[in-house]
Design a protein around this ligand. Structure first.
Ligand SMILES: Nc1ncnc2c1ncn2[C@@H]1O[C@H](COP(=O)(O)OP(=O)(O)OP(=O)(O)O)[C@@H](O)[C@H]1O
Ligand SMILES: Nc1ncnc2c1ncn2[C@@H]1O[C@H](COP(=O)(O)OP(=O)(O)OP(=O)(O)O)[C@@H](O)[C@H]1O
Ligand SMILES: [Mg+2]
Ligand SMILES: [Mg+2]
Lengths: 264, 264
């Protein structure tokens, strides 16, 4: 069964997009088919996977607003086994447009129900994981993602402001569990941009592990300039430079996620 | 006359809050009274200026939703000459709550009209600059800020994804100019987290200067760990470590802004 994972954190710039792209790539590299669904109006995951803006015909805007199908919108990336459903700037208007529509929080979930049926019937590829790249807010787009998802993966930058935002994120998580998606769980908390040269990273990491214990991945993603260079070439860091510390960390993370899922 | 500056960029984690806090501090340090208005539901500017969440009684939520006064909500910070109007998590609901209200985009502007009158009558301090710290989105909060502001200051992280977001930001800027605020101008574009050890920073800087020319500040803010440590002590980096590269850059920026404004 495909697992739908919302990659979410309302704090900006913590590594949501980078994680969706590179974790998807690392899993695809070991034969686990993945789909990245970009619901951020910025469209960074689409660009980081090489999808030019001009080629984005059917997007997550159509899925949310016009009951479009993921299958129609899906585009193959340069990574075998990794596909992407691109986003578009018009998504920024979704909050206002959906506000008084019936079941506005269930739009994405409806589309995933259709995708699951298509995977089971063989009409769609046998995706094992879907990563939904969320925008930096707790608005209708992120609530749609959490309503549709099985779990939430929380990238957490090892900085003070990012730590501060965790309690608001968990409030929204609990809100969604008590309303639109009682089965929602935490997939894991991923420490990102860890810089061993500064104490702040270590303090934040210790703080997070004391609050979230086992839910925090052993794998920590180091701050690594190669990671931020790769998107300008429209490719994941694993394709850009597999030997870099960033690539190796995402490969290790994929292994840890599969192990936790009982696969090896 | 007080100048109202919206510090905005929908890309997350580019240094909006850090710039509002530290530029406000650097200007206050040379005797230019400043006010920071925090309209981000995350409330990082409020925390970074030492305002505990429990002491935030009147906030920007009241100003937006209940025609509250900045004067009531204003709190003095540890920095002489720098005050802050704190935000609160409830602001996250503002989009939905304001959507069908008359003049929803002019709420903040109305409050600033009252503040200007209070400054002129002597009821409020003689603020020269107000910096509005915006959330990482182009929603009703950021549109309110751009509608109320005289200018927009755009912090731009020297990374590829941040560069990609610039065109969407400029679209919103033009949209606001053609609808709710025809006089809106660009205050400047500030390059942040510049890392001279990596080519990406230089490439982004060159690209931005070729598009925005004179509007890009000569002053560039370097990536400097002291900057990210200061908020955990509830103080601007200028108070935490005045000799750090980050503090010196914000002091230089304050000088450049005053020079451009014809003050010196
Ligand atoms: N491990 C890392 N090392 C160095 N740079 C990184 C790392 N991870 C991400 N980055 C860079 O940091 C910036 C922020 O990352 P990213 O855009 O993935 O965060 P985000 O949470 O998706 O941001 P937003 O909130 O705007 O959606 C990007 O420029 C990215 O290239
Ligand atoms: N010059 C700098 N050097 C090092 N770290 C910095 C610098 N400027 C900001 N930071 C850190 O980078 C992170 C992002 O900065 P900040 O929170 O100010 O960005 P933002 O644009 O306000 O984010 P958001 O989009 O979430 O509102 C913070 O942890 C901050 O402390
Ligand atoms: Mg992103
Ligand atoms: Mg901020």
């Amino acid at each position: 069964r495909v697992k739908i994972v919302a990659v979410a954190n309302q704090k900006g710039g913590v590594g949501k997009t980078t994680t969706a792209i590179n974790l998807g790539t690392a899993l695809a590299a070991v034969g686990t088919n993945c789909l990245v669904v970009d619901i951020d109006p910025q469209g960074n995951a689409s660009t980081g996977l090489g999808v030019e803006r001009s080629t984005r015909k059917v997007t997550t805007y159509d899925v949310l607003m016009n009951e479009g199908d993921f299958l129609e919108a899906m585009i193959e990336t340069k990574v075998p086994g990794l596909d992407v459903v691109p986003s578009v700037g018009e998504l920024a208007g979704a909050e206002a447009e959906l506000l008084h529509q019936e079941g506005r929080n269930y739009r994405l979930r409806g589309a995933f129900d259709r995708l699951r049926a298509q995977i089971e019937s063989g009409a769609a590829k046998p995706y094992k994981y879907v990563f939904i790249d969320c925008p930096p807010s707790l608005n209708v787009l992120t609530v749609n993602a959490m309503t549709a998802a099985d779990t939430v993966l929380v990238p957490l930058q090892c900085e003070f402001f990012a730590l501060e935002g965790l309690s608001q994120l968990m409030e929204t998580f609990q809100l969604v569990r008590s309303s639109t998606n009682p089965k929602l769980k935490i997939e894991g908390v991923l420490l990102t941009m860890y810089d061993k040269r500064n104490n702040l990273s270590e303090q934040v990491a210790d703080d997070v592990r004391s609050h979230f214990g086992e839910q925090v991945y052993d794998t920590v993603i180091p701050r690594n300039v190669t990671v931020s260079e790769a998107p300008s070439f429209g490719m994941p860091v694993l394709l850009y430079d597999i030997k870099s510390a960033g690539s190796q960390a995402y490969i290790k993370l994929a292994g840890e996620i599969l192990k936790r899922a009982g696969v090896q």
